[in-house]
Design a protein around this ligand. Sequence first.
Ligand code: ZN
Length: 292
Amino acid sequence: MKLVTFIADSRVRPGVVDGDHVVDLAAAGLPVDDHGDLMPIVRGGDAMLERVRAAISSPTRRALPLEEVRLAAPLLAPSKIVAVGLNYIDHCKEANLPVPGEPVLFTKWPNSITGPYDELHWPQGVTKEVDYEVELGVVIGRRGRNISEKDALDYVCGYTVVNDVSARDLQFANAKQWDRGKSLDTFCPWGPWIVTRDEIDNPHDLEVRTILNGKEMQKSNTKNLIFNINQIIAYASQGTTLMPGDLIPTGTPFGVGFSRTPPVFLQHGDVCECSVEKIGSIRNTVNLARSI
Ligand code: ZN
């Protein structure tokens, strides 16, 4: 299933995509919290997903045409975003950084979350070197700590697309403040939905791509991940509780802008599309007229 958070009539609600329609899960009586997003659905685990399945086929369902709603990020306020850096060998090489011996984790602050088709913006006095990074995103579905590699995928609700937008000048300056450089407002567009785990046979064989203004900039496959999803979840949960809704962007491949000659940084009016095979695409336009 494709789980979405959508906005219609100025209200944020959880939904599920059925063909070219969105079935309103709030209208179907499923739980909704203050954010109106998918969090109660994700937190409800497999039993809640069964209720979602029933809502799709209910004769009394309320369904809206997908093209008439606006999609928001699937989760607006997860407890954390645990991102993985340097997780493709060809990306380590282009960044001139050694291939790590264990996963390199960093945080994107939740204020960075924005919708799958929303505008990206930033204050030009803060950064002038903003870059794109397509990544497969993993959404945690069950609370867990010290999870084994063998059991790790049982803790996954589903998969999504993330653009790990990064201000390189902030990331690499001032004693390497990765978190700050990756956490400005709008720097974590993701979605357009969470594809539930049962629909992705092998998350370690999915093509990932970035198209910038119509030109292909990144193209790889999650089979090239240095640390796979099982290893990342096991490592990240050592002594740290992962919560339902936690988002794990799994790292970006070769082709980012800052290591090109000449470098490519996002500019006003740019359209950046990131996609993951079998999941979908997010597409964000840069609008620096909004930056303050
Ligand atoms: Zn990244």
